[in-house]
Design a protein around this ligand. Structure first.
Ligand SMILES: C[S@@+](CC[C@H](N)C(=O)[O-])C[C@H]1O[C@@H](n2cnc3c(N)ncnc32)[C@H](O)[C@@H]1O
Length: 349
């Protein structure tokens, strides 16, 4: 009886997908790492023999892998030959582009998902116990990755790919009209700043991030605008903010931390800005009732289990409250941006 009652229940359907999703996630990542989506993009309609000649997997193992990826809908098999779905073609085929989802899959596989096995322990302990798997004694993943340059590069490649997928909604916002110099706090490898200055010809940017990350920035997209994107290595909590910005940007940064640290950073931004200067907070928002947002849910868990032991994809109303508490006026949010993103801002009177 109970089964019949659940037959049409979309929650049940989602549950069935969900419990198999970790295996399927890894199958899709493996197919991406074997470059099967890139191969099928150049040779659509290949059969298993062709794919095998390209990727070198044993015939049976390839059969198992292709079956798994077909169940996700990313690969389609018609008349015994294989094609990328439209989604695979758009997200995974061009796997050497910096915004390819293939970088995100590898980053989540190597950094995020191993940590989630520690979720119960970490949430009970109230701290990011999964960090113990990474060498060093720094309290956050960002600090510890400096000990593992290979993993740090995988991590930042994934983060950059995601940033590039969501950055257009940021750079098109009128909030940057008339801004002269933006301070991009926690600006990572500078990809956001590079896109911002390319879109706004009058703008310069200073990317402020940990020294080991600034090293990555000089080789990445930011290097394409040496005269308008500068790097300022430092710790956003213990070092002073560089002088001269009329806007401070926190893109995918404040959600890493708790209320006290966020308020500290907002007050530091307020102090660094001239009258009329603005602060821009861009990133994931969960819904105001905190029931929606799958990207935000994953991110909040990742912060608490591994990255920082605190933080979450806060609802926009939290950011607005903190901006007012830090002294900003004209506080407001543009919500509903792609990938569950929102932009909150405030102006220093
Ligand atoms: C999630 S990433 C966001 C990168 C970039 N802003 C974007 O939108 O893709 C967070 C960044 O904050 C930096 N970060 C974390 N703690 C920091 C600290 N104490 N001082 C400076 N940067 C820090 C990390 O190195 C990382 O590049």
């Amino acid at each position: 009886m109970q089964n019949a009652a659940h037959e049409d229940d979309s929650v049940l359907e989602r549950f069935h997908f969900l419990v198999n999703a970790p295996a399927l996630f890894n199958a899709v990542t493996t197919a991406a790492e074997l470059r099967i989506f890139a191969f099928l993009s150049s040779k659509p309609g290949s059969d298993a023999q062709d794919i095998r000649a390209f990727c070198g997997l044993p015939a049976h193992q390839l059969r198992v892998l292709l079956q798994a990826v077909c169940t996700t809908g990313l690969l389609e098999r018609r008349d015994g030959v294989y094609h990328n779905s439209a989604v695979a073609e758009s997200l995974l085929a061009a796997d050497d582009e910096p915004d390819s989802w293939s970088h995100i899959l590898t980053g989540w596989k190597e950094v995020y998902y191993p940590a989630f096995a520690h979720m119960t322990t970490a949430l009970r302990a109230g701290t990011n116990t999964a960090l113990q798997a990474h060498p060093g004694d720094e309290p956050t993943l960002y600090g510890r990755l400096a000990h593992d340059p290979g993993l740090e590069e995988v991590f930042h490649r994934a983060m950059t790919a995601f940033t590039l997928r969501s950055v257009d909604a940021l750079i098109e916002q009128p909030v940057f009209d008339g801004v002269r110099h933006v301070l991009d706090v926690g600006g990572g490898d500078g990809s956001t700043s590079a896109r911002l200055v390319a879109r706004h010809p009058g703008l310069t940017s200073t990317v402020f991030d940990m020294p080991s990350v600034s090293r990555l920035a000089s080789g990445a997209e930011a290097g394409a605008h040496p005269d308008r994107v500068s790097l300022a290595p430092g710790d956003m909590f213990t070092d002073p903010f560089p002088e001269g910005p009329d806007a401070v940007l926190f893109s995918h940064v404040l959600e890493i931390f708790d209320e006290d640290s966020i308020l500290l950073l907002m007050r530091k931004a307020y102090a660094a800005l001239p009258s009329g200067g603005r602060v821009v907070v861009y990133g994931y928002n969960v819904s105001d009732d905190e029931t929606e947002g799958v990207f935000g849910a994953r991110l909040g868990l990742y912060f608490n289990v591994l990255a920082s032991g605190r933080g979450m994809a806060y609802p926009a109303r939290d950011y607005e409250r903190w901006l007012r508490a830090a002294g900003f006026d004209e506080v407001g949010t543009v919500s509903g941006l792609p990938y569950e993103h929102g932009l909150s801002q405030g102006v220093k009177r």
